[in-house]
Design a binder for this molecule. Structure first.
Ligand code: GLU
Length: 288
């Protein structure tokens, strides 16, 4: 008992020393002016991205690339963060934000009313549309209307899986954890098509390992407004991220990121791009 009390007190004392040391070690302290980018130590934050979507969010060794990665880095620079990237698979995104495991997510994350119950979004920063990826030699699938009797693949927790079941009731859908698992199944003929956003599908079709083997059908059947996922209720963070997204678009960096990341697959942004990000707390921009 006695020992327990002593060790608890010791822990408290050590924690206090730790905090004091931490405070005095922060360059600039609380009196340092200049705003978010005006100097001071950068804050280390975890940022969710996709790891397996070429052109959007891709991890190769210790290198990260893609349109979403460029935006994630731009936001980090504007907000004086040092980002560490964490994989945010589609079904885990809300959980990662709700449990504070990431500060924000830039990962082909569509703004929807259902998701807005759990998280906030800054954006939209891009508009995509749902499409189909099939084997290059398959002439039997020409759009969502020709999916009867076909095996389809998509990812758990994605709008793609929800949309296609509404569009084609009774469709034979397998839901995997990641889109690359669907690509493997498509090449192995375990499924006949993969459905998700055209941005993601274009990246797979152009990937060296798949070149000539896969093609995008080119009949989009949804509107996907991509937003930066944020913890619910942090209005100040939403405002800062929205400002960064607006600056990314107006400065020409958005266009550069499109050419650099989506150019190699020949993907051209559709109508409405670049979009105008909504005010924080506004309900516009949501689908589904
Ligand atoms: N944009 C869609 C979504 O947020 C599909 C892509 C994805 O799963 O990341 O669900």
């Amino acid at each position: 008992m006695k020992l327990g009390r002593i060790s608890a007190a010791t822990v408290v004392a050590l924690a206090a020393i730790g905090l004091a040391a931490c405070g005095s070690g922060t360059p600039g302290g609380s009196s340092g002016g200049g705003g978010a980018t005006g100097g001071g130590a950068a804050e280390a934050v975890k940022v969710g991205i996709k790891f397996d979507q070429p052109g959007m969010g891709l991890k190769e060794g210790s290198t990260y690339s893609g349109f979403d990665v460029d935006l994630a880095n731009y936001i980090a620079k504007e907000l004086n963060y040092t980002p560490t990237f964490v994989e945010a698979v589609s079904s885990q995104r809300e959980t990662l934000l709700k449990t504070g495991q990431v500060k924000y997510i830039v990962g082909t994350y569509s703004i929807t009313d259902a998701r807005k119950k759990d998280v906030d979004f800054a954006g939209p920063y891009f508009i995509a549309g749902q499409d189909l990826l099939i084997r290059a030699d398959d002439a039997s699938i020409t759009g969502p209307d020709s999916l009867a009797g076909k095996k389809l693949c998509s990812v758990k927790g994605s709008t793609s899986a929800v949309n296609v079941q509404k569009k084609v009731p009774g469709v034979n859908l397998q839901e995997y954890n990641t889109y690359t698992l669907c690509v493997d199944a498509l090449k192995a003929k375990n499924v006949d098509a993969l459905t998700t956003d055209n941005t993601i599908l274009a990246g797979y079709a152009a990937q060296a390992a798949n070149k000539g083997q896969l093609k995008v059908v080119g009949q989009t059947f949804s509107t996907e407004n991509y937003g930066v996922g944020l913890p619910k209720g942090d209005t100040a963070l939403c405002q800062k991220v929205t400002d960064a997204v607006n600056k990314w678009i107006s400065s020409g960096e958005w266009q550069k990121a499109v050419e650099k990341n989506l150019g190699p697959s020949g993907f051209k942004p559709g109508a409405g791009n670049p979009p105008k990000p909504a005010a924080c707390g506004a309900s516009s921009g949501a689908t589904g």
